[in-house]
Design a protein around this ligand. Structure first.
Ligand code: 5GP
Ligand code: MG
Length: 523
């Protein structure tokens, strides 16, 4: 089963489904604190990064306990569940699937047993050499009977198997041997009974930060999670760094040289506005993107309105730089997102209204600038433009605070395949026609990068440019359901043959990826 069509949760608007976010990870080492509760609130702050499942594992120095389930953090945990997780070390995870279906088996933290104990691990990001690593598991540990044999089909389970399979070495030395073999994006938080670990890929694609509590340490995907648990920001976990924290304090080791390529889309959309990444506040970056957007694409209009919530900072910036008043023209139901109730056909036809409803008195007769952070499939803006016209808007000028998204992400965002990205096949004028706007302007690549205040060569811009900073394997070895296809057995000549003797069969999720390397598009 392809992920995202999870049996347990239904997207309210299946046809309108946007891309999916990266996951959230959280770890804490704090004797004397209720670490399960700290993790709960840490994950609560990171809920926007993944809403499919949530889990927390704790250790009291003696044993590890874990609690995880499908759903939002607040749906998964209650007071009793948290009270049943004692200890002074914890790791937690909120998931959005990028490799492996959205299912209970694939929820994190994952568990594995070593010679000396247990490992619990949470992962944000997406590996690009999962197939190769799976091969390594088969070679090294043919008898392996961990998460993978229990039906876990994620890249995270493969890493867990590699971390736990070596019975002759400590977890820390195994980690130092295994981490350099991983390719792609990974922020890992993991622990055994005694030690909390955090590791980040050499590119630092996804954010990961270290914080200090009065009586301990915290690691989290975003600084906003530190704020919420009362931890002070210490520094980032460096790209290529493994951190270990136990009663002897904090140890830092390098497993690879830093080659920084932080995800620019974290600044555009993914991260919370109250997070700081590589020294740049995300809110300020988004406001600046909006200001620059106004300079690049002026409009004659009466009112600037955001597409809430993600378009709000850029709309504020657009209004500032253009001098056009800012107003709220749409009301968002903040609780829309994932529901466990399948919407009826009638409700589904109401489409975007479930999420956004126009303020007719504000909109009527006005020439509007509508600002959003990104266009992926184009569904949001198409629905919005027609809704605003219905509500009486005189003109609708759409302004987008990032360039056209034309390439899939293999590093932790489940972006649509190339075929589904509206800007892959269409130029700006054609996209404008498709969404029905009076005018359309996208922020330039330079404008976006400048707003992040990061040097261009330290960012990953692959979804906009097709320039992938981490080498990709051939398309056969990529794809969300890589570990869910018929078993691929290696042959003597090294080619892949499935158990029924065929080439790995293309399937709906997989086929469109074949075009990612289309050389005609590689500028
Ligand atoms: P579209 O409707 O064009 O397919 O998607 C664009 C909308 O999705 C925008 O409103 C944008 O804020 C939102 N969006 C962009 N990236 C992501 C993402 O990674 N996850 C989710 N859930 N929404 C996203
Ligand atoms: Mg949005």
């Amino acid at each position: 089963m392809a992920g995202g069509d999870g049996l347990l949760s239904h997207d309210l608007l299946p046809g309108e489904k946007g891309p999916q976010d990266a996951c959230g990870v959280f770890g804490v080492w704090a004797p004397g604190e209720e670490v399960a509760k700290l993790s709960y609130f840490g994950l609560y702050a990171l809920q926007h990064r993944g809403q499919e499942s949530a889990g927390i594992a704790t250790s009291d120095g003696d044993k590890i306990l874990i609690y995880k389930d499908m759903g939002l953090v607040s749906q998964v945990f209650n007071e009793n569940a948290l009270n049943s997780l004692p200890g002074h070390i914890a790791v937690g995870h909120t998931r959005y699937s990028t490799t492996g279906a959205s299912s209970w088996q694939n929820a994190q933290p994952t568990l594995g047993s070593t010679a000396s104990g247990t490992v619990a691990l949470g992962h944000n990001g997406n590996l690009t050499n999962t197939a190769e690593l799976m091969q390594l598991v088969h070679e090294r540990y043919p008898q392996h009977d961990g998460e993978l044999s229990r039906g876990n089909t994620t890249d995270t389970a493969v890493v867990t198997a590699l971390l736990t399979g070596d019975l002759d070495h400590t977890l820390e030395s195994t980690a130092l041997e295994v981490l350099p073999k991983l390719r792609g994006a990974f922020c890992l938080v993991f622990m055994d009974e005694h030690t909390l670990y955090a590791a980040r890929d050499p590119q630092g694609v996804r954010p990961l930060v270290l914080g200090r509590l009065e009586r301990g340490w915290v690691v989290a995907s975003e600084t906003a999670a530190l704020d919420i648990v009362g931890a002070s920001f210490v520094r980032e976990v460096e790209p290529g760094e493994l951190i270990a924290i136990d009663e002897n304090g904090l140890r830092s080791q390098r497993f690879a040289t830093e080659k920084r390529a932080g995800c620019v889309f974290e600044y555009v959309y993914l991260a919370r506005p109250d997070t700081t990444i590589a020294g740049r506040g995300v809110y300020e970056a988004r406001v600046e993107m909006g200001r620059q957007l106004a300079r690049e694409h002026e409009a004659e209009a009466d009112l600037v309105i955001p597409t809430p919530e993600s378009g709000t900072p850029a709309a504020i910036g657009y209004a500032q730089a253009s001098g056009i008043p800012f107003g709220q023209g749409l009301v968002k139901n903040s609780y829309v997102g994932r529901t466990f109730i399948q919407p009826s056909q009638t409700i589904r036809q109401r489409g975007i209204k479930l999420k956004l409803n126009p303020l007719k008195e504000v909109i009527k007769g006005k020439r509007l600038v509508v600002v959003d952070d990104s266009i992926v499939r184009g569904n949001t803006q198409r629905a919005l433009v027609s809704m605003l016209r219905e509500a009486g808007a005189a003109e609708v000028h759409v302004r987008i605070s990032s360039p056209p998204i034309t390439w899939p992400c293999f590093y932790g965002i489940d972006f649509a395949s190339r075929a589904e990205l509206i800007a892959t096949g269409l130029g700006v004028e054609e996209v404008r026609q498709s969404i029905g706007a009076d005018s359309l302007g996208y922020l330039s690549e330079d404008g976006m990068i400048d707003a992040t205040e990061q040097p261009r060569e330290r960012l990953c811009t692959a979804c906009f440019t097709g320039k992938y900073p981490i080498e990709l394997p051939d398309a056969h070895h990529l794809g969300k359901n890589l570990l869910e296809r018929p078993v691929v057995a290696p042959t003597d000549d090294g080619s892949d043959v499935t158990s029924d003797g065929c080439e790995p069969g293309p399937d709906a999720e997989f086929e469109p990826l074949l075009s990612y390397g289309d050389p005609g598009r590689q500028e």
